[in-house]
Design a protein around this ligand. Structure first.
Ligand SMILES: Cc1cc2nc3c(=O)[nH]c(=O)nc-3n(C[C@H](O)[C@H](O)[C@H](O)COP(=O)(O)OP(=O)(O)OC[C@H]3O[C@@H](n4cnc5c(N)ncnc54)[C@H](O)[C@@H]3O)c2cc1C
Ligand code: FES
Ligand code: FES
Length: 487
């Protein structure tokens, strides 16, 4: 096997990694190998944002750079190929602090300072991606950065004040040079990846290559955004022998508007998916905004979300309610499977050896359809669901002609609520129907108690989410919310 390389820019400096452990995180590389200790480690699990870095890539058309924040503690070094990596050390220019730094100084946005480099990088990325400040998107951009001492008010004020400075920074001035350097990385002749004693990292560019590599290494783990996989490295101290990344396979990173459905590549990030789906199904907005943090959503893929087979993943109930179809591929063979047949048992899916999710076909909304989605978690931002509900209804003349209901967090796999559905299907859209459906939740699910919530809490919340659906559709809002069990 020939030499393999991962090539990227560290600010302006060209870096090449070859004999490097592919299980190495970007944070470990920065701190331990390069001594760039400005980037902090708080949790090593993607939850606190202290390790936030920014990557720049060539955007579509190749004329501008696109900036993205991510958590370096759950990113692997192999993911850096073809990108520019920027850390807090790179922001200061010869003359002065970057405006993303000085705004925190001027607004008193830092006390102990541990979280500050992470905030600075999120602010820097926000400034790069926005021309004007906007409170809602500032909060979204900072939702993945935890500060225990300063409080968010001065930090948000700082974020707004950044925009008073309209001058170009050093990254704008150097943009053409950076783009040229990134273009040159594209010409690198060696194969892309890492071969080391500790393991191999492959980074194919076509679906065919991906499929054939997975057949050649059936025990390999596919790598999406590593927002789940990397936790096995940083929290469970596992190490993978063979990793195959999907992030350079353009074919599975597209969203194609086909007749009757959106065909979404498994490598599409949750952030991109949110931009495509919220216009079609507005009720999804809240769930997308509350899916992890912006750093997580930028990296996390839809394929990885289903690949985890998590009972509390946010996408599975939504796709079950929408009756999505998965396109699975193994070698040259593809097959289609209804998502309702994908989850088999706890963390087990219908995927066969060397088979992976290539695309997800999401039916387009048609007339008289309603989709409601709710997420209950302990914390509003950056928290996994305790319980979630996705419900799809077709309404004709005040009758529910068809319905699909899927709860997350009520069973060991995401699954439809067949008995509750039967209570609603064909009936009138009224209070009595919904009360019957609420009672039936217990026939559909027997949730466990764990550190997140007790079994009875999950059932009560599940039932109340159905009630909330009824009130929302009727326009009564939450005024009549039931908080107790219904007999
Ligand atoms: C701080 C934090 C907050 C989070 N919050 C949420 C949340 O609010 N809601 C939520 O649902 N999840 C959340 N997660 C979990 C995680 O971000 C998601 O499950 C994410 O979608 C995983 O995608 P990924 O691309 O990062 O997957 P990876 O970590 O790369 O992979 C996950 C698994 O899927 C497999 N896989 C990857 N791609 C494919 C494919 N195409 N076909 C088959 N298998 C594949 C991998 O081999 C691996 O086993 C959170 C995670 C963190 C760290
Ligand atoms: S160290 Fe906490 S998110 Fe990375
Ligand atoms: S300044 Fe101390 S944690 Fe934010």
């Amino acid at each position: 096997m020939g030499k393999k390389l991962i090539t990227f820019l560290l600010n302006e400096e060209l870096k090449q990694l070859s004999d490097t452990d592919p299980n190495l995180t970007v944070l470990e590389y920065l701190r331990d190998d390069l001594g760039l200790t400005g980037t902090k480690e708080g949790c090593a699990s993607g939850d606190c944002g202290a390790c936030t870095v920014v990557t720049a890539e060539m955007g579509p058309g190749g004329e501008r750079l696109q900036y993205q924040s991510s958590n370096s503690c759950i990113a692997l070094v192999g993911s850096l190929h073809g990108k520019q990596l920027l850390t807090v050390e790179h922001l200061r220019s010869e003359k002065s602090l970057h405006v993303a730094q000085s705004c925190l100084v001027n607004s008193h946005g830092s006390q102990c300072g541990f979280c500050t480099p992470g905030f600075v990088m999120s602010l820097f990325c926000y400034r790069k991606n926005h021309n004007e400040p906007d409170l809602e998107t500032i909060k979204e951009a900072l939702g993945g950065n935890l500060c225990r001492c300063t409080g968010y008010k001065p930090i948000i004020e700082g974020a707004q004040k950044m925009f008073l400075d309209k001058s170009r920074d050093q990254f704008d001035s150097r943009e053409p040079i950076t783009i040229k350097a990134l273009n040159e990385i594209r010409q690198v002749k060696e194969e892309i990846g890492l071969i080391a004693k500790a393991g191999k990292f492959f980074s194919p560019v076509t679906s065919d290559e991906l499929a054939s590599l997975f057949c050649r290494y059936p025990s390999a783990r596919l790598v999406g955004g590593t927002t789940d996989l990397a936790l096995e490295i940083t929290q469970s101290l596992s190490s993978f022998d063979v990793l195959i990344a999907v992030d350079r396979v353009q074919e599975i990173k597209t969203i194609v508007d086909s007749e009757g459905f959106l065909s979404v590549g498994a490598g599409v990030s949750i952030e991109e998916l949110s931009r495509a789906l919220v216009g079609v199904y507005p009720s999804l907005k809240e769930v997308f905004v509350r899916f992890g943090s912006l750093q997580v959503r930028n990296k996390a893929t839809i394929g990885g979300n289903l690949g985890t087979a998590s009972a509390i993943g946010d996408m599975a109930p939504i796709l079950l309610a929408l009756d999505a179809i998965l396109v699975l591929r193994r070698g040259d063979v593809t097959r289609q499977l209804s998502i309702s047949e994908f989850f088999i048992s706890y963390k087990e899916t219908a995927l066969e050896t060397s088979e992976y999710i290539e695309r997800i076909l999401i039916p387009r909304k048609t007339e008289n359809e309603v989709l409601r989605v709710y997420k209950i978690s302990k914390r509003l931002d950056d928290d996994i669901s305790t319980c979630s509900l996705a419900i799809w209804l077709r309404l004709e003349d005040e009758l529910i002609s068809d319905v699909r209901i899927a709860f997350g967090g009520l069973s060991e796999i995401p699954k439809r609520a067949a008995v509750s559905e039967d209570c609603l299907r064909g009936g009138r859209l009224d209070e009595h129907q919904f009360i019957r459906a609420m009672s039936a939740v217990e026939a559909d699910y027997a949730p466990i108690s764990d550190f997140r919530a007790s079994s009875s809490y999950r059932l009560i919340v599940g039932k109340n989410l159905l009630w909330r659906t009824y009130l929302d559709i009727h326009g009564d809002g939450l005024r009549k919310l039931r908080v107790t069990e219904i007999d």
